[in-house]
Design a protein around this ligand. Structure first.
Ligand SMILES: O=C(CO)COP(=O)(O)O
Length: 253
Protein backbone atom coordinates (compact mmCIF):
# COMPACT_ATOMS: atom_id res chain seq x y z
CA UNK A 1 0.00 0.00 0.00
CA UNK A 2 1.47 3.34 -1.04
CA UNK A 3 0.81 6.21 1.36
CA UNK A 4 -0.99 9.17 -0.20
CA UNK A 5 1.06 12.36 -0.40
CA UNK A 6 -0.70 15.67 -0.82
CA UNK A 7 1.66 18.60 -1.36
CA UNK A 8 0.83 22.28 -1.70
CA UNK A 9 3.12 24.10 -4.10
CA UNK A 10 2.67 27.75 -3.23
CA UNK A 11 4.71 28.92 -6.23
CA UNK A 12 5.31 32.71 -6.19
CA UNK A 13 2.39 33.42 -3.87
CA UNK A 14 2.17 34.75 -0.30
CA UNK A 15 4.44 37.18 1.49
CA UNK A 16 6.40 35.93 4.49
CA UNK A 17 3.71 36.93 6.99
CA UNK A 18 0.97 35.47 4.80
CA UNK A 19 2.97 32.26 4.44
CA UNK A 20 3.38 31.94 8.21
CA UNK A 21 -0.35 32.45 8.65
CA UNK A 22 -1.25 29.91 5.97
CA UNK A 23 1.16 27.38 7.46
CA UNK A 24 -0.45 27.87 10.88
CA UNK A 25 -3.92 27.45 9.39
CA UNK A 26 -2.88 24.25 7.61
CA UNK A 27 -1.19 22.82 10.71
CA UNK A 28 -4.42 23.41 12.64
CA UNK A 29 -6.63 22.02 9.86
CA UNK A 30 -4.69 18.77 9.45
CA UNK A 31 -3.77 18.04 13.04
CA UNK A 32 -5.95 14.92 13.10
CA UNK A 33 -4.83 13.62 9.72
CA UNK A 34 -3.30 10.20 10.25
CA UNK A 35 -2.91 8.33 6.99
CA UNK A 36 -1.94 10.98 4.47
CA UNK A 37 1.44 12.65 4.20
CA UNK A 38 0.92 16.42 4.06
CA UNK A 39 3.62 18.66 2.56
CA UNK A 40 3.82 22.39 1.88
CA UNK A 41 6.26 24.27 -0.34
CA UNK A 42 6.47 28.01 0.41
CA UNK A 43 8.77 30.48 -1.36
CA UNK A 44 12.44 30.54 -0.39
CA UNK A 45 11.97 33.76 1.53
CA UNK A 46 9.29 32.31 3.77
CA UNK A 47 10.74 28.82 4.10
CA UNK A 48 12.74 29.25 7.32
CA UNK A 49 9.82 30.83 9.17
CA UNK A 50 7.38 28.24 7.85
CA UNK A 51 9.86 25.56 8.99
CA UNK A 52 9.46 26.85 12.57
CA UNK A 53 5.68 26.65 12.27
CA UNK A 54 5.59 23.04 11.01
CA UNK A 55 8.31 21.69 13.32
CA UNK A 56 6.93 18.87 15.44
CA UNK A 57 3.64 18.73 13.53
CA UNK A 58 2.42 16.31 10.89
CA UNK A 59 3.08 18.85 8.12
CA UNK A 60 6.33 18.48 6.22
CA UNK A 61 8.32 21.13 4.41
CA UNK A 62 9.30 21.10 0.75
CA UNK A 63 11.36 23.62 -1.18
CA UNK A 64 10.34 24.60 -4.69
CA UNK A 65 13.76 24.22 -6.33
CA UNK A 66 17.49 24.11 -5.59
CA UNK A 67 20.70 24.69 -7.45
CA UNK A 68 22.84 21.60 -7.97
CA UNK A 69 26.10 23.27 -6.93
CA UNK A 70 27.16 23.18 -3.29
CA UNK A 71 27.81 26.92 -2.98
CA UNK A 72 29.40 29.84 -4.74
CA UNK A 73 28.80 32.57 -7.26
CA UNK A 74 25.28 31.68 -8.41
CA UNK A 75 23.28 34.83 -7.82
CA UNK A 76 19.66 34.20 -6.95
CA UNK A 77 20.08 30.50 -6.16
CA UNK A 78 19.75 28.37 -3.06
CA UNK A 79 21.84 25.28 -2.22
CA UNK A 80 20.80 21.95 -0.77
CA UNK A 81 22.69 22.61 2.51
CA UNK A 82 20.62 25.75 3.09
CA UNK A 83 17.46 23.78 2.52
CA UNK A 84 18.59 20.90 4.69
CA UNK A 85 19.55 23.14 7.59
CA UNK A 86 16.04 24.47 8.01
CA UNK A 87 14.61 20.94 8.06
CA UNK A 88 13.06 20.58 4.62
CA UNK A 89 12.38 16.98 3.62
CA UNK A 90 11.39 17.35 -0.01
CA UNK A 91 12.58 19.34 -3.01
CA UNK A 92 10.31 19.93 -6.00
CA UNK A 93 12.38 19.45 -9.13
CA UNK A 94 11.63 19.97 -12.82
CA UNK A 95 8.31 21.75 -12.46
CA UNK A 96 6.94 22.64 -15.89
CA UNK A 97 7.14 26.33 -14.99
CA UNK A 98 10.87 25.87 -14.39
CA UNK A 99 11.12 24.00 -17.68
CA UNK A 100 9.07 26.60 -19.61
CA UNK A 101 10.38 29.85 -18.18
CA UNK A 102 13.76 29.14 -16.57
CA UNK A 103 15.64 26.86 -18.92
CA UNK A 104 15.27 23.68 -16.87
CA UNK A 105 16.47 20.73 -18.96
CA UNK A 106 16.58 16.96 -18.46
CA UNK A 107 20.23 17.44 -17.52
CA UNK A 108 19.62 20.06 -14.82
CA UNK A 109 16.73 18.03 -13.45
CA UNK A 110 19.06 15.05 -13.15
CA UNK A 111 21.79 17.11 -11.44
CA UNK A 112 19.27 18.46 -8.92
CA UNK A 113 17.80 15.00 -8.28
CA UNK A 114 21.24 13.58 -7.55
CA UNK A 115 22.23 16.53 -5.33
CA UNK A 116 19.01 16.23 -3.33
CA UNK A 117 19.43 12.50 -2.80
CA UNK A 118 23.10 12.90 -1.89
CA UNK A 119 22.04 15.26 0.92
CA UNK A 120 19.45 12.77 2.19
CA UNK A 121 16.41 14.73 1.06
CA UNK A 122 13.68 13.46 -1.24
CA UNK A 123 12.96 14.79 -4.73
CA UNK A 124 9.45 15.34 -6.02
CA UNK A 125 10.18 15.04 -9.73
CA UNK A 126 7.68 16.75 -12.02
CA UNK A 127 6.92 15.43 -15.46
CA UNK A 128 4.19 16.24 -17.95
CA UNK A 129 3.38 17.09 -21.53
CA UNK A 130 2.08 20.20 -23.26
CA UNK A 131 -1.18 20.08 -25.19
CA UNK A 132 0.72 20.22 -28.48
CA UNK A 133 2.77 17.21 -27.44
CA UNK A 134 -0.33 15.25 -26.39
CA UNK A 135 -2.20 16.16 -29.55
CA UNK A 136 0.88 15.43 -31.62
CA UNK A 137 0.94 11.85 -30.34
CA UNK A 138 4.26 12.12 -28.52
CA UNK A 139 3.00 11.93 -24.93
CA UNK A 140 4.76 8.65 -24.19
CA UNK A 141 7.96 9.72 -25.85
CA UNK A 142 8.07 12.94 -23.79
CA UNK A 143 7.33 11.20 -20.50
CA UNK A 144 9.88 8.52 -21.29
CA UNK A 145 12.55 11.14 -21.92
CA UNK A 146 11.68 13.06 -18.76
CA UNK A 147 11.67 10.01 -16.51
CA UNK A 148 14.79 8.42 -17.95
CA UNK A 149 16.53 11.80 -17.90
CA UNK A 150 15.66 12.48 -14.28
CA UNK A 151 16.86 9.07 -13.11
CA UNK A 152 20.07 8.89 -15.14
CA UNK A 153 22.81 7.35 -12.95
CA UNK A 154 20.48 7.20 -9.94
CA UNK A 155 20.63 3.85 -8.08
CA UNK A 156 17.51 1.80 -7.47
CA UNK A 157 17.89 2.40 -3.75
CA UNK A 158 17.89 6.16 -4.28
CA UNK A 159 15.13 6.06 -6.89
CA UNK A 160 12.91 4.37 -4.32
CA UNK A 161 13.06 7.56 -2.21
CA UNK A 162 11.69 9.74 -5.00
CA UNK A 163 8.14 10.86 -5.68
CA UNK A 164 6.97 11.49 -9.24
CA UNK A 165 4.41 14.19 -9.99
CA UNK A 166 2.54 13.93 -13.26
CA UNK A 167 1.38 17.42 -14.19
CA UNK A 168 -0.04 17.84 -17.67
CA UNK A 169 0.97 21.40 -18.59
CA UNK A 170 -2.45 22.09 -20.11
CA UNK A 171 -4.13 21.36 -16.77
CA UNK A 172 -1.99 23.64 -14.60
CA UNK A 173 -3.80 26.71 -13.39
CA UNK A 174 -6.33 26.41 -16.20
CA UNK A 175 -9.27 24.90 -14.35
CA UNK A 176 -9.13 22.04 -16.88
CA UNK A 177 -8.30 18.81 -15.09
CA UNK A 178 -7.20 15.65 -16.82
CA UNK A 179 -10.05 13.16 -16.65
CA UNK A 180 -9.64 10.34 -14.15
CA UNK A 181 -8.99 8.04 -17.07
CA UNK A 182 -6.43 10.29 -18.80
CA UNK A 183 -4.53 10.74 -15.55
CA UNK A 184 -4.68 7.03 -14.70
CA UNK A 185 -3.57 5.90 -18.16
CA UNK A 186 -0.66 8.32 -18.21
CA UNK A 187 0.46 7.54 -14.69
CA UNK A 188 0.28 3.80 -15.36
CA UNK A 189 2.54 4.46 -18.32
CA UNK A 190 4.93 6.51 -16.14
CA UNK A 191 5.07 3.60 -13.69
CA UNK A 192 5.84 1.21 -16.53
CA UNK A 193 8.83 3.36 -17.49
CA UNK A 194 10.08 3.23 -13.89
CA UNK A 195 9.62 -0.55 -14.01
CA UNK A 196 11.61 -0.73 -17.22
CA UNK A 197 14.50 1.06 -15.50
CA UNK A 198 14.38 -0.35 -11.98
CA UNK A 199 12.06 -3.36 -12.00
CA UNK A 200 8.82 -4.24 -10.30
CA UNK A 201 9.58 -3.48 -6.64
CA UNK A 202 10.78 0.10 -7.15
CA UNK A 203 8.00 0.82 -9.65
CA UNK A 204 5.25 -0.53 -7.40
CA UNK A 205 6.61 1.32 -4.38
CA UNK A 206 6.99 4.69 -6.07
CA UNK A 207 4.33 7.26 -5.35
CA UNK A 208 3.04 9.20 -8.33
CA UNK A 209 1.09 12.37 -7.65
CA UNK A 210 -1.29 14.02 -10.05
CA UNK A 211 -1.14 17.80 -10.42
CA UNK A 212 -3.19 20.25 -12.47
CA UNK A 213 -6.34 21.99 -11.23
CA UNK A 214 -6.88 19.38 -8.53
CA UNK A 215 -9.43 20.41 -5.93
CA UNK A 216 -11.83 18.98 -3.39
CA UNK A 217 -14.47 18.28 -6.04
CA UNK A 218 -12.31 16.22 -8.41
CA UNK A 219 -9.87 14.74 -5.88
CA UNK A 220 -12.04 11.72 -4.92
CA UNK A 221 -12.24 10.53 -8.54
CA UNK A 222 -8.56 11.08 -9.24
CA UNK A 223 -7.36 9.53 -5.99
CA UNK A 224 -9.52 6.46 -6.60
CA UNK A 225 -7.31 5.58 -9.57
CA UNK A 226 -4.86 2.75 -9.08
CA UNK A 227 -1.77 4.69 -10.10
CA UNK A 228 -2.59 8.05 -8.48
CA UNK A 229 -1.01 8.28 -5.05
CA UNK A 230 -1.64 11.89 -4.18
CA UNK A 231 -1.64 15.39 -5.53
CA UNK A 232 0.67 18.31 -6.16
CA UNK A 233 -1.62 21.23 -5.60
CA UNK A 234 -1.27 24.80 -6.80
CA UNK A 235 -4.26 27.12 -6.51
CA UNK A 236 -6.28 25.00 -4.10
CA UNK A 237 -3.27 24.79 -1.78
CA UNK A 238 -3.34 28.51 -1.06
CA UNK A 239 -6.17 28.28 1.45
CA UNK A 240 -6.32 25.87 4.37
CA UNK A 241 -9.92 24.81 3.72
CA UNK A 242 -9.54 24.08 0.00
CA UNK A 243 -6.27 22.25 0.68
CA UNK A 244 -7.86 20.28 3.49
CA UNK A 245 -10.73 19.24 1.20
CA UNK A 246 -8.23 17.37 -0.97
CA UNK A 247 -6.55 15.81 2.07
CA UNK A 248 -9.99 14.68 3.27
CA UNK A 249 -10.50 12.91 -0.04
CA UNK A 250 -7.23 11.03 0.50
CA UNK A 251 -8.09 10.22 4.11
CA UNK A 252 -11.45 8.80 3.02
CA UNK A 253 -9.82 6.15 0.79
O1 LIG B 1 1.43 23.18 -10.93
C1 LIG B 1 0.73 22.74 -10.05
C2 LIG B 1 1.32 22.27 -8.78
O2 LIG B 1 2.70 22.18 -8.88
C3 LIG B 1 -0.74 22.69 -10.19
O3 LIG B 1 -1.24 23.97 -10.12
P1 LIG B 1 -2.84 24.20 -10.06
O4 LIG B 1 -3.36 23.27 -9.00
O5 LIG B 1 -3.00 25.64 -9.73
O6 LIG B 1 -3.36 23.82 -11.42
Amino acid sequence: MRQYIIAGNWKMNKTVSESVQLAKDIVEAVKDVKKTEVVIAPTYLAAAKVADVVKGTNVKLAIQDIHWKDQGAYTGKVSIDMVKEIGAEYVIIGHSEQRQYFHETEETVNLKVKKTLEAGLKPIICIGETLEQRNGGILKEILGLQIKGAFKDVSAEDAAKCVLAYEPVWAIGTGVTATDEQAQDTQAYARSVVKEIYGEAVAEGMRIQYGGSMKGANAPGLLAQKDIDGGLIGGAGLKADTFKAIIDAAEAK
